[in-house]
Write a protein that binds this ligand. Structure first.
Ligand SMILES: O=P(O)(O)OC[C@H]1O[C@H](OP(=O)(O)O)[C@H](O)[C@@H]1O
Ligand SMILES: O=c1cc[nH]c(=O)[nH]1
Length: 512
């Protein structure tokens, strides 16, 4: 055991930086694990070793911010450091990479070490890719779900039922939670909704909600907000509810992957941990969605229901149309503005209103609020009567946002480019995946003004020169990046007499 002086490094990363001479004394090489002890607080972290003796003064250990959250150093305290062996999970990750079946104990160890920040980004990615390529069977998915819940906190409500919804994502513009949750709560049900940030998309529900209210709350706060107004829409990554989830999503996001077993566990762990009794799952089906055929969607629905049975939750799934974006907007401000307009009774796209009403309607029927077959109409009634809007205002307020927020407070980015129809004809294809790539290149979801507004949708007739969609960005270099992606991907196909024109010169005239 070696004693060094702790120095907090103002870098949002995990690990500890050691002077190469101290590393030699401790007996570790760059990348090895060390245990760090600050009085009663301990953690295991990866050591990074300086290549010169002067980069970090000998006798000092530089602790990165993520690791310091466990040690809580202010700087200048003496900390004890010793070498420890490689994490136990690495053998289990290797087992999955070799197509093995993981036990409950092995899964629990992997998840515990992810939550404790013991595993390095490379090891977490190896685990994810192992599960992506070799899959997880239903036992392994149940172990993963239980482990994700056991490593965090659970909510416990005195009155039931607790109703929840979740979308598997994969379709752009899917802002339905901003309508579905207030409808469910306006019907008198409790819905403590936790959402993730974008995984494969250009804006997850947590990203969207954050534009109008804080979303980072503890499990206790989520419970008390739900008890007070009936519901809330928060970011799962801040709650300590299934805390492994967000740490896993962090490595799925750049790869744009959402492995089947991880997705089931991620969604259902969040439902189980909030104590949900009744759950509606939205499964968008479309050529460029996560689920490409109805058969695949039915199989996934059965998996969700089986997992629900094993965990004691009643699950119903809706296979929804995922060929085209939902509504006419993609990206944070554009999507939230579209949802707020509908809540305020202004006109909005049918695809968004109908989908939200169908999903909320299933929840109302499951909870016995209405007879079977009457859910959609009842949900629409709650939406058009303004009751869902009043409820959304309460939810925004209880989360610390401004309940008077309107669509006008959420402007699209100033830098824009409109793509016009090259020919008269029909919009025969909208490639969802390409639209997401373009929106992300424009800066979504980090830049709230970034995204795409669709003037036309699949199947609509356009005249030559009609605007088809506008890309918005907060920064001009981001807009240029988005245009490069657009030229490469050609996300919209208008079919008239001309099948294609190379290069597509409709990308050439910027409109501001
Ligand atoms: O980025 P992609 O992969 O599209 O999906 C991720 C989104 O889907 C789910 O939506 P919700 O929480 O049910 O609204 C997640 O929580 C997240 O917001
Ligand atoms: O919350 C979610 C949604 C989709 N996929 C996941 O892995 N988690």
């Amino acid at each position: 055991m070696v004693r060094l002086t702790g120095k907090v490094l103002d870098i949002e990363y995990r690990g500890v930086l050691l002077n190469r001479d101290d590393a030699r004394t401790i007996g570790v090489l760059d990348g090895d694990r060390v245990e760090l002890i600050n009085e009663e607080k301990k953690t295991v972290a990866q050591a990074f070793v300086t290549t010169t003796a002067t980069m970090l003064q000998q006798g000092t250990a530089g602790v990165y911010q993520v690791t310091n959250r466990r040690l809580q150093l202010e700087g200048g305290e003496a900390i004890e450091i010793r070498a420890v062996g490689r994490p136990a999970s690495i053998d289990f990750i290797k087992k999955k990479m070799d197509k093995g079946k993981l036990t409950m104990e092995e899964t629990q160890t992997i998840i515990r070490e992810i939550v404790d920040d013991t595993l390095s980004p490379g090891e977490i990615s190896a685990y994810l890719v192992g599960t992506y390529i070799n899959g997880l069977d239903m036992d392994e998915i149940e172990y993963l779900t239980r482990s994700a819940v056991n490593t965090g906190e659970k909510l416990s409500f005195a009155s039931h039922p607790i109703v929840d919804k979740h979308s598997i994502g994969g379709v752009p513009g899917n802002k339905i939670t901003l309508l579905v949750v207030p409808i469910i709560v306006a019907a008198g049900l409790k819905c403590p909704k936790t959402s993730s940030r974008a995984i494969t998309g250009a804006g997850g529900t947590a990203d969207l909600m954050e534009a109008i209210a804080p979303v980072a709350f503890s499990a206790e706060e989520l419970q008390s907000m739900t008890e007070k107004v009936g519901g809330a829409i928060v970011w799962g990554g801040a709650t300590n509810i299934a805390p492994a989830d967000d740490k896993i999503i962090l490595y799925e996001y750049p790869l744009k992957i959402d492995p089947h077993g991880q997705m089931l566990a991620s969604v259902m762990a969040k439902k189980f941990a909030v104590g949900a009794d009744l759950v509606v799952i939205d499964i968008p089906v479309g050529r460029y969605a996560k689920v490409t055929t109805v058969e695949e969607g039915r199989k996934l629905a059965r998996d969700f229901m089986e997992l629900g049975d094993r965990l004691g939750m009643r699950v119903e799934c809706a296979l929804t149309y995922g060929e085209a974006p939902i509504g006419r907007s993609i990206g944070v401000n554009l999507e939230v503005a579209e949802a707020l307009r509908i809540l305020k009774g202004e006109e909005g796209p049918d695809s968004l209103i109908q989908k939200s009403a169908v999903i909320a309607g299933i929840a109302l029927e499951m909870a016995g609020k209405v007879q079977a077959g009457e859910g959609t109409a009842s949900a629409l009634d709650l939406l058009t009567s303004g009751k869902a809007d009043a409820m959304m205002q309460k939810i925004i307020e209880v989360q610390g946002g401004d309940p008077a927020v309107t669509a006008e407070d959420l402007p699209p980015g100033d830098h824009s480019f409109t793509v016009n129809a090259p020919e008269t004809g029909y919009v025969v294809e909208m490639n969802n995946r390409a639209l997401i790539t373009i929106a992300r290149a424009a800066g979504a979801p980090h830049d709230h003004g970034a995204g795409i507004h669709l003037h036309k949708k699949q199947g609509q007739h356009v005249k030559k020169g009609d605007p088809i969609f506008t890309i918005h960005a907060d920064r001009s270099w981001r807009l240029q990046k988005a245009l490069e992606e657009g030229r490469r991907l050609m996300p919209v196909v208008v079919e008239g007499m001309l099948i294609d024109r190379v290069p597509g010169n409709y990308w050439r005239t910027p409109m501001h």
